[in-house]
Design a protein around this ligand. Structure first.
Ligand code: BES
Ligand code: MN
Ligand code: ZN
Length: 493
């Protein structure tokens, strides 16, 4: 990961970035920009030179705009003008600026960014997150493309005042990158045991994190019938990872559940080729909740978090579960399975029921790449959020938004509940009545017991993946959910 350093002033002469912002419209109708006020004076009148470059470059100051100016034989050799947007100190604008710089300066080995003397800590936080997230490359398939940029100095008047902001940004970005790595990993490598080992490795050196990995025989002994059914068709058996961050000063206990299907063929109800292509990402929810929990531990947030990731490969074989099978979940509720491609809800049901019966948390949250209908309803960048608790929904949505992710609250209509009825079991797992994401959420709610009012679910199928690079996102896994969850967890005490 890019090394970020807070410095009092520029120390290395190679490349220097200066922030600009919009400044109304010029006489000819073109958008104008100016250097941000409050930049400290620089040697050789570089600021005056840069100020003259702003109109010459036809800069608008829009967040994420970048212009590179070459100064052969002079110091610095390259000046970068980067738009931070109209809102002064606005974290989102600075996040876009950081992402733009990571790309515009990807050929540099080192970059110095000048910040105004009165920069808000949140501005530095956004800048650093943008730099670290946009410079991500997946190590396995894109090793050759690793950007040259390896160090960035952020010049602020008083480095100590920004140390906390940089730490939060670094932990957030490191954990988002971990979630991206786990999700991008091909399923030939990533089976349930592999995922459990990655969690173990990431938690190593932290004796204050408790980890338990349940093997198939333990899952059977305790009655995790959903996880066993879905994992039954694969040569790589299912697992349940339980990771616990339990600081002494915690007053709130949150359980985070993440869908961990390491590959989703659809099972006997097999997916067509285009729909199966990216199903290695079907554990993005598990990756996000694990990474958020590790981030909370790294930041020592005073909240207890137990993370559950039911892990299984939904494979096709003679031992795979069948459409029409009746399975018994943890705690005894039964489901008629109808469609083996609706597997995520079956493993989540076990984990939710276990959390309610055994962990009895204050709040219960699950993240899952649950339905293709998420994208039909909301497009490619927005998760579908469900909760019967208005306050919890508003708090989590606000955190997601502040963190630069996107979700939209969806309804849980009472009159759709009847579609979950079955002649042979307590529940019908995949009613074909439209509103696929909504019905999946209603199904999950049946397993929340007395925590029904304290439960929140996000269907994150769509935003878990990016087709191309965009601002702080890089093509492939996005790590969606890590940033929003960490922000929200930081508000609990
Ligand atoms: N993993 C898929 C959902 C998915 C689709 C995630 C596209 C990411 C991108 C899930 O297991 C699934 O197959 N859902 C079915 C449910 C249906 C059978 C009720 C779907 O959405 O079609
Ligand atoms: Mn499926
Ligand atoms: Zn799935």
């Amino acid at each position: 990961m890019l090394a970020i350093r807070l410095v009092g002033g520029p120390e290395r002469p190679d490349a220097l970035a200066l922030p600009i912002r919009p400044a109304g419209v010029a006489g000819d109708g073109a958008a104008r920009a100016v250097l941000l006020p409050g930049l400290p004076a620089l040697a050789d009148d570089v600021l005056a030179e840069a100020a003259a470059l702003v109109p010459a470059a036809r800069a608008t100051g829009r967040a994420g705009e970048a212009h590179v100016h070459l100064r052969p034989g002079r110091v610095p050799a390259r000046l970068l003008l980067v738009g931070a947007g109209a809102g002064d100190g606005d974290e989102a604008g600075w996040r876009a600026a950081g992402a733009a710089l990571a790309r515009a300066a990807s050929g540099e080995t080192h970059l110095t960014i000048m910040m105004p003397v009165d920069a808000a800590p949140d501005a530095v936080r956004g800048l650093v997150e943008g730099l670290l997230l946009a410079s991500y490359r997946f190590r396995l398939t894109e090793a050759g493309e690793t950007p040259a940029l390896s160090g960035v100095d952020v010049a602020v008047g008083d480095p100590a005042a920004y140390a906390d902001a940089v730490e939060r940004a670094e932990v957030t970005a490191r954990m988002t990158r971990l979630a991206r790595d786990l999700t991008n990993t091909p399923s030939s490598v990533k089976d349930p045991q592999w995922f459990a080992e990655q969690v173990e490795a990431a938690a190593a050196g932290r004796p204050d994190l408790r980890l338990r990995v349940r093997q198939p025989d333990e899952l059977a002994a305790e009655g995790f019938g959903g996880i066993l059914a879905v994992g039954g068709g694969s040569a790589s058996g299912p697992r349940l990872v339980e990771l616990d961050w339990h600081p002494a000063d915690a007053r709130t206990h949150v359980v985070l559940v993440g869908k961990g299907i390491t590959f989703d063929t659809g099972g006997i109800s097999i997916k067509p080729v285009p729909a199966m292509k990216l199903m290695r990402k079907d554990m993005a929810g598990a990756a996000a909740v694990v990474a958020a929990t590790l981030g909370a531990a790294a930041l020592r947030l005073p909240v207890r978090i137990t993370t559950l990731t039911p892990l299984a490969e939904n494979a096709v074989s003679g031992s795979a579960f069948r459409p029409g099978d009746v399975i018994t979940h943890y705690g005894g509720v039964t489901s008629e399975t109808t469609n083996s491609d609706a597997e995520g809800r079956l493993v989540l049901a076990d984990a939710l029921a276990y959390a309610v019966a055994e962990l009895k948390p204050d709040l219960l949250i699950d993240l899952a790449t649950l339905t293709g209908a998420n994208m039909v309803a909301l497009g490619k960048r927005t998760g579908a959020l469900y909760s019967d608790n208005d306050e919890l929904a508003a708090d989590v949505l606000a955190a997601i938004d502040a963190a630069g992710e996107s979700a939209w609250r969806m309804p849980l209509p009472a009159d759709y509940v009847e579609y979950l009825g079955s002649d042979v079991a307590d529940l019908y797992s995949a009613p074909n009545q439209g509103g696929g994401s909504v019905l999946a959420a209603l199904y999950l709610r049946e397993f929340t017991g007395d925590l029904r009012q304290r439960w929140l679910h996000v269907d994150m199928s769509a935003p878990s993946w990016a087709d191309g690079d965009a601002a702080e996102l890089t093509r492939g896994a996005t790590g969606w959910g890590v940033r929003g969850l960490l922000r929200w967890l930081a508000t609990l005490g």
